[in-house]
Design a protein around this ligand. Structure first.
Ligand code: SF4
Ligand code: SF4
Length: 342
């Protein structure tokens, strides 16, 4: 295997707010932490040491082979397996985090895996895609870029599964190395994003727009009772996604109690009702975590079943020839170009 070598992207800059000279500012996410010495920022994984330190560079807390549908990605290489790696740390504080054991601490067990080792592993397993997932990958942007460059040079695609909460200039530097993304849209209230999750709705909206303009993009919303399930907020999510593109698949997932939140799980009827409402403006809406998810993908032109899903068992009876020019499939029945990429 031939590698192109690694680059050294730099998401640190000199602090310019009267801090002592040795302070640096991290420009990756809206927190814009000012960092000095070994003290880490809010995400727990970036320090000011040596002009910008990455004490958890390459520290992998979890590695597994998943169905790509588990990310979830439903319109990108359906039915394929993907090498999935997780890290430690996160720049948000979601009280319902399902991976809090690795996102809200840096103490989780892990091993150093170099970009070369990661790509070699995917290649040795015969996998053609790697997902950066589980905790928040973007706070490890330098490692991601190094991995994504190597992977791409070896014909392996890169998938980001992310909260999308980073600054626009950083997003523009990272997204071109990826091929697909699933991005959380956790709610549509700037107040909740800031005060409950510790993030920024406007940064996430911008990230979704930038990603959708350049790479295959799907959006996920975990529906949490009394947090984001008001009709007004749900309609705002739907309108926003539709304004970017009505072809973006929207994953409407039921919440189950996790981490600090003990609220009862989201009712199945709530999820189905949201799916129905969303279907008036979005072409592809899917449910998750309700047990009997009916998530087949149907051709919007002729109505034939393109992709049949039964849990993670996926069949593609309606997908026909790939079209090299678009990187997309055609419908096997009517020949329409589909928003399903390979
Ligand atoms: S990525 Fe981490 S260190 Fe950088 S600004 Fe965000 S929270 Fe702070
Ligand atoms: S953004 Fe994701 S990983 Fe981070 S706290 Fe929220 S749910 Fe957990």
């Amino acid at each position: 295997m031939i590698f192109w070598g690694t680059v050294t992207p730099n998401f640190f800059e000199r602090a310019s707010n009267g801090q002592p000279d040795k302070s640096v500012r991290c420009r990756l996410c809206p927190h814009r932490c000012t960092l000095r010495g070994v003290a880490v920022g809010l995400c727990g994984v970036r320090s000011g040491e040596g002009g910008g330190g990455l004490p958890f560079y390459g520290r992998i807390s979890s590695i597994a082979i998943d169905p790509i549908e588990k990310k979830p990605l439903f319109h990108y290489r359906p039915g394929q397996a993907i090498l999935s790696v997780g890290f430690v740390g996160c720049n948000l504080r979601c009280p319902f985090c399902q991976n809090w054991q690795i996102s809200q601490t840096t103490e989780a067990a892990g091993n150093f895996v170099s970009p070369e080792e990661l790509v070699e592993k995917a290649d040795a397993l015969g996998l053609e895609q790697i997902a950066y997932t589980y905790s928040e990958p973007l706070v490890h942007a330098e490692y991601l870029i190094n991995c994504m460059m190597l992977a791409r040079s070896c014909g392996i695609a890169n998938v980001l599964v992310t909260n999308g909460c980073i600054n626009g200039d950083a997003a523009a530097e990272i997204i071109p190395f990826a091929d697909a993304a699933n991005i959380d849209l956790k709610c549509f209230s700037p107040y909740s994003y800031k005060n409950i999750l510790g993030g920024s709705l406007s940064a996430v909206k911008d990230f979704i727009k930038t990603a959708a303009a350049g790479i295959h993009t799907e959006v996920t919303t975990l529906i949490v009772p009394d947090f984001n399930d008001s009709a007004e907020e749900i309609d705002s999510c739907i309108d926003f996604i539709a304004s970017v593109s009505n072809e973006i698949p929207w994953h409407i997932n039921a919440y189950h109690p996790a981490y600090k939140l003990k609220t009862a799980p989201t009712k199945t009827e709530t999820i189905l009702d949201i799916k129905k409402r969303a279907g008036q403006k979005l072409l592809y809406c899917y449910t998750g975590n309700i047990g009997n998810d009916e998530n087949d993908t149907v051709c919007m032109n002729c109505g034939c079943v393109l992709i049949r899903r039964n849990g993670y068992v996926v069949k593609t009876p309606g997908l026909a020839k790939k079209i090299e020019r678009h990187g997309k499939y055609r419908c096997g029945q009517c020949g329409a170009v589909l928003p399903v990429k390979y």
